[in-house]
Structure formats: structure tokens, C-alpha cells
Design a protein around this ligand. Structure first.
Ligand code: F6P
Ligand code: MG
Length: 450
């Protein structure tokens, strides 16, 4: 098998091996902070475990904390990455991936936290957190990140209200809207969903990071921070996918949204999805979430259902109306939620066709796939040290189950598809442009236009 270095024309993976790099600082500082918070959270819930399960709950709490402290120590002392032992359906695939990494790295040194691809070791940390809980029934199902996710929703309540009010306003006369105003609303809601991605809890190492003000008010002033804006191409893609329906309407069959964070970002995605369906631009929306707690704030099935129930129960006319509508879409099958295990594995997406062919086939059924957030961008581009001017298509390395678009605020040292000189200019003006979450891209690819 080719190594990272020998694969023709493909740059190496980002890694904490480069001292001082963002990957290095993440592995050195951010990941141990996240692990410490996980330990604190479990410990703070000790009484709850005791009330629910008695002494067994306390034993499980102690055991889980001990496994997590061991994990933190392995990370901080750059120990070899260990095989998983929890016997879940994906355990073998993780262990095979470890062997694959070892082959890629050669046998001079073991796969380890600071020497191996950052994408791999960071994903592995979340899988090990899951293992620490799973090995300790009865607290196996405890989501250590739940508090932060629900808090992010609650603290964004003003922003949620203004967004739902805006959506309900549009829906009032949506059937009469001509193409231009429809495009304007589409573009605004894409931007709201884009900037919703600022609110993740991994970049802030679990620190509160919610949306306090109305996102709609700041869209105009944020426009210069969108480095690549392919909204018009996404729109054309949706229009070109319109087909006549029995209902008498023309629309695209299906848009898939590969979700990122719960809390405010999820609400922005639900609002966009609602708009796509109610405007008739799409007939169906398929959401893809995570099957285990992941990167602190990522959406799981529980978060998804909880958010919709919370919206329904909110004492605000338009928010609760949205919640009721979203529940109805799910019940009637216009919306559905999937959580394929591939989303919580460390693979670059160019591996999907070979390593998760069923998921690849599922995505091929979509007219358009929206990938939310930074981690999805890292996986789309392989988390590699690409030149900024390399095209998105090149960085995707053949991944293209359908027309796709990444909506991402920049929180890792990787960005492709820029104009010559654009990256250099940004570096001189604002050295942390790739990691501050201040900049963003709406980047589109049509595999059929190659
Ligand atoms: O911890 C690092 C990281 O992978 C960053 O790249 C990013 O800030 C975050 O985690 C995940 O971001 P997102 O929620 O946008 O995928
Ligand atoms: Mg995330």
C-alpha cells in the first residue's frame, strides 16, 4: 500500500508532528481539556448514577473515570494508539484502520497521538470516550456532552425566535414568490446555516458558544468573510434537478444534509430544510447525524428529536409552529434521519465508496448533498496540506456521489479552491484566518461537470 508520502500528487495529512501547528496545539491543549471536562461531567453526575442504579452506578462512574484518565495520560505522553476492545459492530473496522495507519506510517515507529494523522487520532479520542462508557454499564448510554448541547439551544432562544418568525413570514406567501425573491430567501437561509457553524463546542473546548443575537441582522456585514460563495451554483443545481410531480408542482427529489452541531446550528439547518420543502425546491430531506456522541456538539438521534420537541414546547407562536411542522414532516416521511456508522469513523470521504458502499449508494440517490461544518470539510479534503489554489474537485479525490456543497466556517488549517494570492493576502492581514471561525466558504462541486 502506498504511504502518505508516496501517493502521487497527494500532500501528507495534517499532523501534530509539526510542532506549533494548529493540529499540534489541538492535541497538546484542546483535547486534554475536553477529556478533563468529560471526567468532571461524569463525576458531577455521580449522585444521579447512585439514585438510578445504586452502588453499581458509583462503581461504573469510578471505572469510566479511570479509563478516561488513562486515555488522557496516553495522549499527553504520546503513547501508541491502542486497539479497541469493546466488541461493538464497528470495533473491527477501527482496529483494521489502525493497522492500515501503521502500514502507511511504516514500521519505524508506532501510530501515536503526536506522530499520526490528526484527523485519525482526534476521531479515535471520541471513539475511546464512547468505549470508556460502553464498557461500564449501567452508564453506557450517558451522553457526556449532552449538557453543553442543550445549553447551546436554550441560550440561543432569541436567535431561534427571530429565525422561526422570519421563516413563518416567508411561508405566508411562498407560493406567490417569483424566482428572484425566492433566491434571496434561499441565499439568506444558506448563510444563516453557514454561520450557525460558528457555534460548535469543540473549537471552544466545550466552553459555552451560543448565538445571542438575530443571525439575520448580521448577514450583510459578514459577506466579506465568505471566501468562496457558490450559492448561485447550488441554486442552479437545485433548479436543474426540478422534475414534474403528480402534485402538479416541479421539484427536486431529494436534498441530503450531513449535519454537524446540535444547538443553534441544528435549528438553522432545520429552518433551511423547511424552506426547501415548503418552497417546493425539494420534495424530501434526508438528514445524516452521528450514532455516538462526537466532537462535543455533533447531533445524535436523541439531540435531533429533543430539539424538535423543545421547539414544539416553546412558548412562542412561531417557534412552536415550526416544531409542530417539523414533527409532521418526519411523520409523513418528507424528512427522515439516518445515522450510518461511517460518519463516526476516521476515514477521508474519498474512501467512502470502498469502505461504506451502502452509504455511498444512499447519497447517490440525492440531487444535492449539503455537508455542514469543519470536520466534514476536513474529511472531504482528506485533512491534507493542500495548496490553497488546488481545486475543490482535486482535493475531493474522486468523491462525488451527487452534486455537493460544503457550508463551513474555517476552524482547521486547510482551505482549497482559493484564487492565486488570496491565501497569502489573508495570512498577512489575519494570520489566524484558517482557525478562528471568522471566515467561511459555501463551496460547490458537480461530479458530472468534470
Ligand atoms: O477540534 C478541532 C476540530 O476538528 C476543528 O477542526 C473544528 O474546530 C472542530 O473540531 C469541529 O468543528 P465542526 O463542528 O465545525 O465540525
Ligand atoms: Mg461539530
Amino acid at each position: 500500500m502506498a504511504t502518505d508520502q508516496t501517493m502521487h500528487g497527494v500532500p501528507p495529512s495534517l499532523s501534530a508532528r509539526v510542532v506549533g501547528s494548529f493540529a499540534y496545539l489541538t492535541v497538546r491543549d484542546r483535547l486534554p481539556t475536553i477529556l478533563t471536562k468529560v471526567v468532571d461531567t461524569i463525576h458531577r453526575n455521580k449522585n444521579k448514577f447512585f439514585e438510578e442504579y445504586g452502588e453499581v452506578g458509583i462503581q461504573a462512574e469510578k471505572q469510566a473515570i479511570s479509563l478516561l484518565s488513562k486515555l488522557r495520560n496516553e495522549l499527553q505522553t504520546d503513547k501508541p494508539v491502542l486497539a479497541l476492545t469493546d466488541g461493538l459492530p464497528d470495533t473491527d473496522s477501527w482496529n483494521q484502520y489502525l493497522e492500515r495507519q501503521q502500514r502507511l506510517q511504516g514500521d519505524q515507529e508506532p501510530v501515536s497521538w503526536f506522530k499520526s494523522p490528526w484527523l485519525y487520532v482526534e476521531c479515535y479520542m471520541y471513539r475511546r470516550i464512547h468505549e470508556a462508557l460502553l464498557l461500564n454499564p449501567p452508564i453506557s448510554d450517558f451522553d457526556v456532552f449532552n449538557e453543553g448541547k442543550t445549553q447551546s439551544f436554550t441560550e440561543s432562544s432569541q436567535a431561534v425566535m427571530s429565525l422561526c418568525t422570519y421563516l413563518e413570514g416567508i411561508k405566508n406567501n411562498i407560493d406567490e414568490l417569483s424566482t428572484n425573491p425566492l433566491f434571496e430567501h434561499f441565499s439568506k437561509l444558506m448563510q444563516v446555516s453557514l454561520w450557525g457553524n460558528k457555534c460548535d463546542l469543540s473549537i471552544s473546548a466545550g466552553q459555552e458558544n451560543s448565538q445571542k443575537t438575530s443571525p439575520l441582522d448580521s448577514l450583510y456585514s459578514l459577506l466579506p468573510f465568505i471566501l468562496v460563495d457558490d450559492t448561485k451554483r447550488v441554486w442552479s443545481a437545485l433548479i436543474s434537478a426540478q422534475r414534474p410531480r403528480e402534485s402538479g408542482k416541479n421539484n427536486a427529489d431529494r436534498v441530503d444534509i450531513v449535519l454537524d452541531n446540535a444547538g443553534f446550528e441544528l435549528v438553522t439547518d432545520l429552518v433551511l430544510a423547511d424552506f426547501l420543502v415548503s418552497s417546493g425546491l425539494a420534495r424530501q430531506i434526508h438528514f445524516h447525524g452521528k450514532s455516538i456522541p462526537w466532537f462535543v456538539s455533533d447531533v445524535t438521534a436523541k439531540d435531533f428529536q429533543w430539539t424538535i420537541r423543545q421547539a414544539m414546547a416553546t412558548n412562542h407562536k412561531w417557534v412552536s409552529k415550526c416544531g409542530v411542522q417539523w414533527q409532521r414532516y418526519l411523520k409523513e416521511g418528507m424528512w427522515c434521519y439516518h445515522d450510518h456508522p461511517f460518519w463516526t469513523q476516521p476515514h477521508e470521504f474519498c474512501d467512502m465508496a470502498a469502505d461504506a458502499p451502502d452509504l455511498y449508494t444512499t447519497l447517490q440517490g440525492a440531487d444535492l448533498v449539503l455537508f455542514k461544518g469543519d470536520l466534514n470539510y476536513r474529511k472531504l479534503t482528506g485533512d491534507r496540506d493542500w495548496e490553497h489554489t488546488v481545486s475543490f474537485e482535486t482535493a475531493l479525490r474522486g468523491f462525488g456521489p451527487a452534486m455537493l456543497c460544503s457550508l463551513r466556517t474555517l476552524k482547521a488549517n486547510i482551505q482549497v479552491g482559493l484564487q492565486p494570492g488570496q491565501g497569502e493576502k489573508l495570512t498577512s492581514q489575519d494570520p489566524s484566518w484558517m482557525t478562528s471561525g471568522k471566515y467561511a466558504v459555501i463551496q460547490f462541486h458537480n461530479p458530472k461537470s468534470e
